[in-house]
Design a protein around this ligand. Structure first.
Ligand SMILES: Cc1ncc(COP(=O)(O)O)c(C=O)c1O
Length: 445
Protein backbone atom coordinates (compact mmCIF):
# COMPACT_ATOMS: atom_id res chain seq x y z
CA UNK A 1 0.00 0.00 0.00
CA UNK A 2 1.41 3.40 -0.89
CA UNK A 3 -0.55 6.30 0.57
CA UNK A 4 1.59 9.44 0.68
CA UNK A 5 1.65 11.48 3.87
CA UNK A 6 -0.09 13.88 4.31
CA UNK A 7 -3.19 13.00 2.36
CA UNK A 8 -6.45 14.79 3.23
CA UNK A 9 -8.48 11.82 1.97
CA UNK A 10 -6.60 9.27 4.13
CA UNK A 11 -8.04 7.42 7.12
CA UNK A 12 -5.47 9.19 9.31
CA UNK A 13 -6.71 12.62 8.19
CA UNK A 14 -10.32 11.58 8.93
CA UNK A 15 -9.45 10.23 12.36
CA UNK A 16 -7.55 13.41 13.16
CA UNK A 17 -10.60 15.52 12.33
CA UNK A 18 -12.74 13.34 14.61
CA UNK A 19 -10.14 13.48 17.42
CA UNK A 20 -9.90 17.28 17.38
CA UNK A 21 -13.55 17.52 18.43
CA UNK A 22 -12.91 15.77 21.74
CA UNK A 23 -9.23 16.42 22.56
CA UNK A 24 -7.29 19.70 22.42
CA UNK A 25 -4.92 19.28 19.49
CA UNK A 26 -6.60 15.94 18.74
CA UNK A 27 -4.49 13.92 21.14
CA UNK A 28 -3.20 13.34 24.64
CA UNK A 29 0.47 13.03 23.70
CA UNK A 30 2.11 15.88 21.82
CA UNK A 31 4.82 13.70 20.30
CA UNK A 32 2.31 11.83 18.13
CA UNK A 33 1.38 14.95 16.16
CA UNK A 34 3.12 15.21 12.79
CA UNK A 35 1.62 18.26 11.08
CA UNK A 36 -0.82 18.62 9.43
CA UNK A 37 -2.49 15.64 11.12
CA UNK A 38 -1.73 12.59 13.20
CA UNK A 39 -0.56 9.40 11.64
CA UNK A 40 -2.68 6.63 13.16
CA UNK A 41 -1.16 3.22 13.83
CA UNK A 42 -3.00 0.03 13.12
CA UNK A 43 -0.60 -2.73 14.18
CA UNK A 44 3.05 -3.63 14.56
CA UNK A 45 5.03 -6.79 13.96
CA UNK A 46 8.76 -7.10 14.73
CA UNK A 47 10.51 -3.92 13.60
CA UNK A 48 7.66 -2.92 11.29
CA UNK A 49 4.56 -0.84 11.91
CA UNK A 50 1.46 -0.32 9.73
CA UNK A 51 -0.75 2.75 9.73
CA UNK A 52 -4.54 2.70 9.34
CA UNK A 53 -4.18 3.29 5.59
CA UNK A 54 -2.16 0.07 5.32
CA UNK A 55 1.25 1.72 4.81
CA UNK A 56 4.16 -0.33 6.17
CA UNK A 57 7.23 1.34 7.67
CA UNK A 58 10.37 0.21 9.48
CA UNK A 59 9.98 1.62 12.98
CA UNK A 60 13.15 3.40 14.11
CA UNK A 61 11.32 5.25 16.90
CA UNK A 62 10.08 2.23 18.84
CA UNK A 63 7.74 4.40 20.89
CA UNK A 64 10.70 6.59 21.78
CA UNK A 65 13.12 3.77 22.60
CA UNK A 66 10.64 1.44 24.38
CA UNK A 67 9.98 -1.59 22.17
CA UNK A 68 13.44 -3.11 22.36
CA UNK A 69 12.24 -6.55 21.16
CA UNK A 70 10.12 -4.94 18.44
CA UNK A 71 6.33 -5.03 18.26
CA UNK A 72 4.36 -7.97 19.65
CA UNK A 73 7.34 -10.25 20.43
CA UNK A 74 6.03 -13.80 20.94
CA UNK A 75 7.39 -14.39 24.49
CA UNK A 76 5.90 -11.11 25.75
CA UNK A 77 2.55 -11.70 24.04
CA UNK A 78 2.35 -15.14 25.61
CA UNK A 79 3.31 -13.92 29.12
CA UNK A 80 0.81 -11.05 29.00
CA UNK A 81 -1.92 -13.29 27.59
CA UNK A 82 -1.43 -15.73 30.48
CA UNK A 83 -1.42 -12.97 33.05
CA UNK A 84 -4.42 -11.03 31.72
CA UNK A 85 -6.65 -14.05 32.23
CA UNK A 86 -5.48 -14.38 35.82
CA UNK A 87 -5.16 -10.88 37.29
CA UNK A 88 -4.57 -7.39 35.92
CA UNK A 89 -4.35 -5.41 39.17
CA UNK A 90 -5.21 -5.77 42.82
CA UNK A 91 -4.41 -4.34 46.22
CA UNK A 92 -2.42 -7.50 47.01
CA UNK A 93 1.23 -7.74 46.04
CA UNK A 94 2.20 -10.28 43.38
CA UNK A 95 5.15 -12.58 42.88
CA UNK A 96 5.54 -11.04 39.41
CA UNK A 97 6.82 -7.86 41.08
CA UNK A 98 9.56 -9.80 42.91
CA UNK A 99 10.48 -11.58 39.70
CA UNK A 100 11.06 -8.31 37.79
CA UNK A 101 12.84 -6.74 40.78
CA UNK A 102 15.25 -9.71 40.96
CA UNK A 103 15.78 -9.71 37.19
CA UNK A 104 16.75 -6.03 37.10
CA UNK A 105 18.81 -6.01 40.31
CA UNK A 106 20.87 -8.92 38.94
CA UNK A 107 22.04 -6.73 36.02
CA UNK A 108 24.29 -4.41 38.04
CA UNK A 109 25.88 -4.26 41.50
CA UNK A 110 24.69 -0.63 41.52
CA UNK A 111 21.09 -1.87 41.72
CA UNK A 112 20.89 -3.09 45.31
CA UNK A 113 17.16 -2.49 45.66
CA UNK A 114 14.35 -1.27 43.44
CA UNK A 115 10.81 0.13 43.56
CA UNK A 116 8.37 0.42 40.68
CA UNK A 117 6.27 3.27 39.33
CA UNK A 118 4.11 3.65 36.21
CA UNK A 119 6.16 6.04 34.06
CA UNK A 120 9.67 7.37 33.70
CA UNK A 121 8.47 10.82 34.79
CA UNK A 122 7.14 9.36 38.01
CA UNK A 123 10.42 7.49 38.52
CA UNK A 124 12.45 10.70 38.16
CA UNK A 125 10.08 12.50 40.53
CA UNK A 126 10.36 9.76 43.18
CA UNK A 127 14.13 9.66 42.75
CA UNK A 128 14.36 13.41 43.40
CA UNK A 129 12.03 13.09 46.42
CA UNK A 130 14.19 10.26 47.75
CA UNK A 131 17.36 12.35 47.37
CA UNK A 132 15.76 15.29 49.19
CA UNK A 133 14.56 13.03 51.99
CA UNK A 134 17.91 11.25 52.35
CA UNK A 135 19.99 14.43 52.45
CA UNK A 136 17.36 16.70 54.01
CA UNK A 137 18.22 19.37 51.43
CA UNK A 138 15.84 21.19 49.10
CA UNK A 139 17.68 21.79 45.81
CA UNK A 140 18.63 19.70 42.84
CA UNK A 141 21.06 20.45 40.02
CA UNK A 142 20.37 19.33 36.45
CA UNK A 143 21.81 19.95 33.01
CA UNK A 144 20.48 22.56 30.63
CA UNK A 145 18.37 21.19 27.79
CA UNK A 146 18.18 17.65 29.13
CA UNK A 147 14.80 15.89 29.26
CA UNK A 148 13.78 13.96 32.36
CA UNK A 149 10.00 13.70 31.99
CA UNK A 150 7.21 15.97 33.18
CA UNK A 151 7.89 16.79 36.88
CA UNK A 152 8.12 20.61 37.21
CA UNK A 153 11.58 20.45 38.84
CA UNK A 154 12.96 18.03 36.26
CA UNK A 155 11.65 20.21 33.42
CA UNK A 156 13.55 23.34 34.44
CA UNK A 157 15.62 24.73 31.54
CA UNK A 158 14.47 22.01 29.21
CA UNK A 159 14.18 24.22 26.15
CA UNK A 160 15.61 27.68 26.88
CA UNK A 161 16.73 29.90 24.02
CA UNK A 162 19.40 32.61 23.71
CA UNK A 163 16.88 35.22 24.91
CA UNK A 164 16.33 33.59 28.29
CA UNK A 165 19.09 31.07 28.97
CA UNK A 166 21.34 33.63 30.66
CA UNK A 167 23.99 35.70 28.96
CA UNK A 168 26.75 35.18 31.49
CA UNK A 169 25.64 32.04 33.23
CA UNK A 170 22.99 29.33 33.21
CA UNK A 171 19.59 30.62 34.23
CA UNK A 172 16.76 28.43 35.59
CA UNK A 173 13.91 28.71 33.10
CA UNK A 174 10.44 27.24 33.70
CA UNK A 175 9.03 24.92 31.07
CA UNK A 176 5.23 25.28 31.38
CA UNK A 177 3.83 28.77 31.77
CA UNK A 178 3.07 29.55 35.41
CA UNK A 179 5.80 27.43 37.02
CA UNK A 180 6.28 28.93 40.52
CA UNK A 181 9.48 30.90 41.11
CA UNK A 182 10.07 28.66 44.12
CA UNK A 183 10.58 25.74 41.70
CA UNK A 184 13.13 27.73 39.71
CA UNK A 185 14.89 28.79 42.91
CA UNK A 186 15.34 25.15 43.85
CA UNK A 187 16.88 23.98 40.59
CA UNK A 188 20.50 24.79 39.73
CA UNK A 189 21.29 24.55 36.02
CA UNK A 190 24.57 23.02 34.79
CA UNK A 191 26.18 22.90 31.35
CA UNK A 192 26.48 19.25 30.28
CA UNK A 193 30.10 18.13 29.86
CA UNK A 194 31.61 21.49 30.87
CA UNK A 195 33.66 20.23 33.79
CA UNK A 196 35.13 23.53 35.04
CA UNK A 197 31.92 25.57 34.77
CA UNK A 198 30.00 22.78 36.50
CA UNK A 199 32.50 22.63 39.37
CA UNK A 200 32.27 26.36 39.85
CA UNK A 201 28.43 26.44 39.80
CA UNK A 202 28.14 23.52 42.22
CA UNK A 203 30.63 25.07 44.65
CA UNK A 204 28.45 28.19 44.82
CA UNK A 205 25.62 26.06 46.23
CA UNK A 206 27.62 23.93 48.69
CA UNK A 207 25.49 22.28 51.35
CA UNK A 208 22.11 22.98 49.71
CA UNK A 209 21.99 20.52 46.86
CA UNK A 210 20.36 17.16 47.52
CA UNK A 211 21.37 15.65 44.22
CA UNK A 212 22.84 16.24 40.81
CA UNK A 213 20.45 14.70 38.28
CA UNK A 214 22.12 13.59 35.06
CA UNK A 215 21.46 11.62 31.93
CA UNK A 216 24.78 10.00 31.01
CA UNK A 217 24.01 10.12 27.28
CA UNK A 218 21.39 12.84 26.79
CA UNK A 219 19.67 12.72 23.41
CA UNK A 220 19.13 16.48 23.43
CA UNK A 221 22.88 16.99 23.67
CA UNK A 222 23.36 15.03 20.43
CA UNK A 223 23.45 11.68 22.23
CA UNK A 224 27.06 12.25 23.27
CA UNK A 225 28.32 10.48 26.40
CA UNK A 226 29.27 12.28 29.60
CA UNK A 227 33.03 12.87 29.54
CA UNK A 228 35.36 11.37 32.20
CA UNK A 229 36.31 14.93 33.28
CA UNK A 230 32.66 15.90 33.79
CA UNK A 231 31.92 12.71 35.74
CA UNK A 232 35.01 13.27 37.90
CA UNK A 233 33.71 16.71 38.89
CA UNK A 234 30.42 15.12 39.99
CA UNK A 235 32.23 12.35 41.84
CA UNK A 236 34.54 14.79 43.64
CA UNK A 237 31.64 17.05 44.55
CA UNK A 238 29.74 14.06 45.94
CA UNK A 239 32.71 13.04 48.11
CA UNK A 240 33.23 16.58 49.36
CA UNK A 241 29.60 17.48 50.13
CA UNK A 242 27.60 14.22 50.49
CA UNK A 243 25.41 15.37 47.61
CA UNK A 244 23.94 12.41 45.74
CA UNK A 245 24.46 11.80 42.05
CA UNK A 246 21.28 10.41 40.54
CA UNK A 247 21.18 9.08 36.98
CA UNK A 248 18.19 9.10 34.70
CA UNK A 249 18.57 5.86 32.74
CA UNK A 250 15.00 5.80 31.45
CA UNK A 251 16.37 5.80 27.89
CA UNK A 252 20.05 4.95 28.30
CA UNK A 253 19.47 1.67 30.16
CA UNK A 254 19.26 -0.02 26.73
CA UNK A 255 22.93 0.87 26.06
CA UNK A 256 24.51 -1.85 28.16
CA UNK A 257 23.48 -4.83 30.28
CA UNK A 258 23.56 -2.57 33.34
CA UNK A 259 22.77 0.66 31.48
CA UNK A 260 24.95 3.59 30.42
CA UNK A 261 26.51 3.59 33.89
CA UNK A 262 28.01 0.16 33.13
CA UNK A 263 29.15 1.37 29.71
CA UNK A 264 30.87 4.44 31.23
CA UNK A 265 31.98 2.83 34.52
CA UNK A 266 30.10 5.31 36.71
CA UNK A 267 28.34 4.50 39.99
CA UNK A 268 25.36 6.73 40.80
CA UNK A 269 23.57 6.63 44.14
CA UNK A 270 20.18 6.15 42.53
CA UNK A 271 18.97 5.54 38.98
CA UNK A 272 15.59 5.92 37.35
CA UNK A 273 14.54 3.32 34.81
CA UNK A 274 11.53 3.00 32.51
CA UNK A 275 10.74 2.35 28.84
CA UNK A 276 12.31 -1.05 27.94
CA UNK A 277 11.91 -2.57 31.43
CA UNK A 278 8.11 -2.74 30.98
CA UNK A 279 8.23 -4.76 27.75
CA UNK A 280 5.91 -2.28 25.99
CA UNK A 281 3.61 -1.68 28.96
CA UNK A 282 3.67 1.37 31.26
CA UNK A 283 6.48 1.35 33.81
CA UNK A 284 9.05 3.30 35.78
CA UNK A 285 11.46 2.33 38.56
CA UNK A 286 13.95 3.77 41.02
CA UNK A 287 16.91 1.62 41.91
CA UNK A 288 20.22 2.09 43.69
CA UNK A 289 22.02 1.95 47.01
CA UNK A 290 20.00 0.15 49.69
CA UNK A 291 20.93 2.78 52.28
CA UNK A 292 19.26 5.49 50.18
CA UNK A 293 16.38 3.28 48.99
CA UNK A 294 15.57 2.85 52.68
CA UNK A 295 13.67 6.19 52.55
CA UNK A 296 10.88 4.27 50.78
CA UNK A 297 10.65 1.58 53.50
CA UNK A 298 7.21 1.78 55.09
CA UNK A 299 7.42 -1.62 56.75
CA UNK A 300 9.09 0.03 59.77
CA UNK A 301 6.53 2.82 60.14
CA UNK A 302 5.83 5.96 58.15
CA UNK A 303 8.47 6.17 55.42
CA UNK A 304 10.31 9.46 54.80
CA UNK A 305 9.01 9.13 51.21
CA UNK A 306 5.69 7.27 51.32
CA UNK A 307 5.52 6.13 47.69
CA UNK A 308 2.45 4.42 46.31
CA UNK A 309 0.18 4.26 43.25
CA UNK A 310 -2.98 2.42 42.21
CA UNK A 311 -1.34 0.72 39.24
CA UNK A 312 2.19 0.54 40.64
CA UNK A 313 3.74 -2.89 40.01
CA UNK A 314 0.62 -4.07 38.18
CA UNK A 315 1.29 -7.69 37.19
CA UNK A 316 0.86 -7.07 33.45
CA UNK A 317 3.77 -4.62 33.32
CA UNK A 318 5.75 -6.87 35.66
CA UNK A 319 5.47 -10.04 33.54
CA UNK A 320 6.01 -8.17 30.25
CA UNK A 321 9.08 -6.50 31.74
CA UNK A 322 10.60 -9.67 33.19
CA UNK A 323 10.33 -11.64 29.97
CA UNK A 324 11.69 -8.69 27.96
CA UNK A 325 14.69 -8.27 30.23
CA UNK A 326 15.45 -12.00 30.04
CA UNK A 327 15.38 -11.84 26.24
CA UNK A 328 17.45 -8.64 26.14
CA UNK A 329 20.40 -10.44 27.68
CA UNK A 330 24.10 -9.57 27.43
CA UNK A 331 24.51 -11.12 23.98
CA UNK A 332 21.37 -9.38 22.64
CA UNK A 333 22.72 -6.07 23.97
CA UNK A 334 26.10 -6.65 22.29
CA UNK A 335 24.49 -7.64 18.98
CA UNK A 336 22.22 -4.58 18.95
CA UNK A 337 25.08 -2.23 19.82
CA UNK A 338 27.19 -3.67 16.98
CA UNK A 339 24.22 -3.08 14.67
CA UNK A 340 24.19 0.52 15.97
CA UNK A 341 27.86 0.93 14.93
CA UNK A 342 27.02 -0.51 11.53
CA UNK A 343 24.00 1.80 11.15
CA UNK A 344 25.93 4.95 12.08
CA UNK A 345 28.69 4.06 9.61
CA UNK A 346 26.13 3.36 6.84
CA UNK A 347 24.33 6.65 7.51
CA UNK A 348 27.62 8.60 7.46
CA UNK A 349 28.46 7.07 4.11
CA UNK A 350 24.99 7.76 2.71
CA UNK A 351 25.12 11.42 3.78
CA UNK A 352 28.61 11.79 2.42
CA UNK A 353 27.61 10.26 -0.92
CA UNK A 354 24.62 12.61 -1.04
CA UNK A 355 27.06 15.49 -0.53
CA UNK A 356 25.52 17.15 2.50
CA UNK A 357 27.24 18.53 5.58
CA UNK A 358 26.07 16.37 8.48
CA UNK A 359 27.14 14.52 11.61
CA UNK A 360 25.76 11.21 12.83
CA UNK A 361 26.07 10.98 16.59
CA UNK A 362 24.74 8.64 19.28
CA UNK A 363 25.92 5.60 21.19
CA UNK A 364 25.10 1.90 21.27
CA UNK A 365 21.67 1.29 19.68
CA UNK A 366 20.79 4.98 19.24
CA UNK A 367 21.65 7.43 16.48
CA UNK A 368 21.03 11.10 15.81
CA UNK A 369 21.23 13.13 12.64
CA UNK A 370 22.63 16.66 12.82
CA UNK A 371 22.86 18.84 9.73
CA UNK A 372 25.79 21.00 10.78
CA UNK A 373 29.57 20.76 10.83
CA UNK A 374 29.90 22.85 13.98
CA UNK A 375 31.27 20.95 17.00
CA UNK A 376 28.52 19.40 19.14
CA UNK A 377 28.98 19.01 22.86
CA UNK A 378 26.08 20.35 24.94
CA UNK A 379 22.59 21.85 24.59
CA UNK A 380 23.79 25.26 23.42
CA UNK A 381 25.95 23.75 20.71
CA UNK A 382 23.01 21.66 19.49
CA UNK A 383 20.45 24.49 19.74
CA UNK A 384 19.37 25.93 16.36
CA UNK A 385 16.83 28.62 15.55
CA UNK A 386 13.88 27.16 13.62
CA UNK A 387 15.03 28.98 10.48
CA UNK A 388 18.41 27.24 10.59
CA UNK A 389 19.48 24.89 7.80
CA UNK A 390 19.46 21.93 10.23
CA UNK A 391 15.71 22.34 10.88
CA UNK A 392 14.93 22.98 7.21
CA UNK A 393 16.66 19.77 6.17
CA UNK A 394 15.48 17.70 9.16
CA UNK A 395 11.86 18.66 8.73
CA UNK A 396 11.85 17.75 5.04
CA UNK A 397 13.83 14.58 5.69
CA UNK A 398 11.26 13.34 8.21
CA UNK A 399 8.45 13.50 5.64
CA UNK A 400 10.60 12.20 2.79
CA UNK A 401 11.53 9.16 4.92
CA UNK A 402 7.91 8.57 5.97
CA UNK A 403 7.07 8.27 2.29
CA UNK A 404 9.96 5.87 1.74
CA UNK A 405 8.80 3.47 4.44
CA UNK A 406 11.02 4.71 7.29
CA UNK A 407 9.79 6.11 10.61
CA UNK A 408 12.26 8.16 12.68
CA UNK A 409 11.54 10.96 15.16
CA UNK A 410 10.92 14.35 13.58
CA UNK A 411 13.99 15.75 15.34
CA UNK A 412 16.43 13.17 14.00
CA UNK A 413 16.51 10.44 16.65
CA UNK A 414 16.51 6.81 15.56
CA UNK A 415 16.92 3.69 17.67
CA UNK A 416 17.07 -0.02 17.05
CA UNK A 417 15.11 -3.07 18.12
CA UNK A 418 16.34 -6.67 18.23
CA UNK A 419 14.35 -7.95 15.20
CA UNK A 420 16.36 -5.57 12.98
CA UNK A 421 19.03 -6.88 10.62
CA UNK A 422 21.77 -5.11 8.66
CA UNK A 423 19.40 -5.07 5.68
CA UNK A 424 17.00 -2.77 7.61
CA UNK A 425 19.87 -0.35 8.27
CA UNK A 426 20.85 -0.51 4.59
CA UNK A 427 17.28 0.42 3.63
CA UNK A 428 17.36 3.29 6.13
CA UNK A 429 20.66 4.61 4.77
CA UNK A 430 19.49 4.31 1.14
CA UNK A 431 16.26 6.16 1.97
CA UNK A 432 18.27 8.93 3.68
CA UNK A 433 20.56 9.17 0.65
CA UNK A 434 17.67 9.41 -1.84
CA UNK A 435 15.69 11.83 0.35
CA UNK A 436 18.67 14.14 0.78
CA UNK A 437 19.28 14.21 -2.98
CA UNK A 438 15.68 15.35 -3.41
CA UNK A 439 15.89 17.91 -0.56
CA UNK A 440 19.11 19.41 -1.89
CA UNK A 441 17.39 20.18 -5.17
CA UNK A 442 14.37 21.62 -3.37
CA UNK A 443 16.43 23.87 -1.10
CA UNK A 444 19.04 24.68 -3.71
CA UNK A 445 21.87 23.34 -1.51
C1 LIG B 1 15.58 10.49 29.68
C2 LIG B 1 14.10 10.41 29.99
N1 LIG B 1 13.71 10.47 31.27
C3 LIG B 1 12.41 10.39 31.61
C4 LIG B 1 11.42 10.25 30.65
C5 LIG B 1 9.98 10.19 31.04
O1 LIG B 1 9.45 8.91 30.84
P1 LIG B 1 7.88 8.73 30.61
O2 LIG B 1 7.55 9.29 29.26
O3 LIG B 1 7.66 7.25 30.72
O4 LIG B 1 7.20 9.49 31.69
C6 LIG B 1 11.80 10.18 29.31
C7 LIG B 1 10.78 10.04 28.24
O5 LIG B 1 11.03 10.10 27.07
C8 LIG B 1 13.17 10.30 28.96
O6 LIG B 1 13.57 10.30 27.67
Amino acid sequence: MNVAFPDPSSQSARLHERACKVMPGGNTRNQTFVPPHHLYASYGDGCRIWDVDGVERIDFVNNYTVTILGHSPAPVVSAVRDQIGKLTCSVMATEAEIELAETICARSPNFEQIRFMNTGSEAVMQMIKAARAYTNRPKIAKCEGVYHGSYDYAEVSLDPDPQNWGRTGYQSVGFSRGVPDSVLDDVVVLPFNHADATREILERHDGNIAAVLIDLVPSRCAGLPASPAFLKVLDDYRSATDTLVICDEVVSFRMDYGGAQTMLGFKPDLSSLGKIIGGGLPIGAVTGRAEVMDVFDSAKGRAPVPQSGTFTANPLSMVAGAVTMKNFDASAVARLNALGDYGRARLRRALDDAGIVAQVTGEASMMLLNFTDEPLSDYRSVFRETTDRHHQVMNRLFYALLNRGILISNWGLACLSTPMEQDDLDKFAQAVHDSIAEIKLELGL
